[in-house]
Design a protein around this ligand. Structure first.
Ligand SMILES: [Zn+2]
Length: 183
């Protein structure tokens, strides 16, 4: 990941949230953001048989999402058969690639990874995390001793995403250090 990217992502995520009228403390709405940015979102269930089949793997599993170039823009294809919390992560990951002007034509199968490698993938992953649970929000939750479950509920994300953000945004570590110091 590029040096300084995490700091930039913190600010950028708050700006992206502000564009749809959200502060750091409410769940992000990737669909409202896509609409605001003029990014079309297509659901896998809307595709007809042969097109849908193209995105399904041989073992019956499917991709989570994909960025598909469309003229000068891009379309996000999302697998609407997956749970909504998972879909929101997928959407944020793909939106992060768009916002960061990464290569198109990538698809996502894991909750947090797609075909891209290296910096672009690491940056999209980190930015989507900041968008889903901003550092400021994670700190507020850590101050209130929130559990991962409470963080997941507050931001409408999966438990895995909540745990990742609470532990890797630095929020809990900083709070623990502060408490140890003042205890
Ligand atoms: Zn990606």
């Amino acid at each position: 990941m590029r040096r300084g990217f995490k700091t930039e992502a913190k600010t950028l995520a708050l700006e992206l949230r502000a564009e749809i009228g959200l502060d750091a403390y409410s769940p992000f709405d990737p669909y409202a953001f896509a609409a605001e940015y003029g990014i079309a979102v297509v659901q896998l269930s809307d595709l007809d048989g042969p097109a849908r089949h193209h995105f399904l793997k041989a073992d019956g599993s499917a991709l989570s999402g994909a960025l598909i170039p469309n003229g000068t823009g891009v379309v996000i294809l999302e697998n609407d058969a997956q749970p909504l919390t998972r879909r929101r992560t997928t959407m944020c990951h793909e939106l992060a690639h768009v916002v960061l002007e990464h290569e198109f034509g990538v698809s996502l199968s894991d909750e947090r990874k797609c075909g891209l490698s290296g910096d672009q993938e690491a940056e999209a992953d980190w930015l989507s995390g900041e968008v889903l649970i901003p550092s400021d929000g994670a700190f507020r939750l850590a101050r209130a001793n929130a559990t991962d479950e409470q963080a997941a509920d507050a931001y409408d994300v999966s438990l895995a995403i909540a745990r990742w953000r609470m532990n890797h945004s630095g929020a809990r570590k900083v709070m623990q250090r502060a408490r140890a110091k003042w205890a």
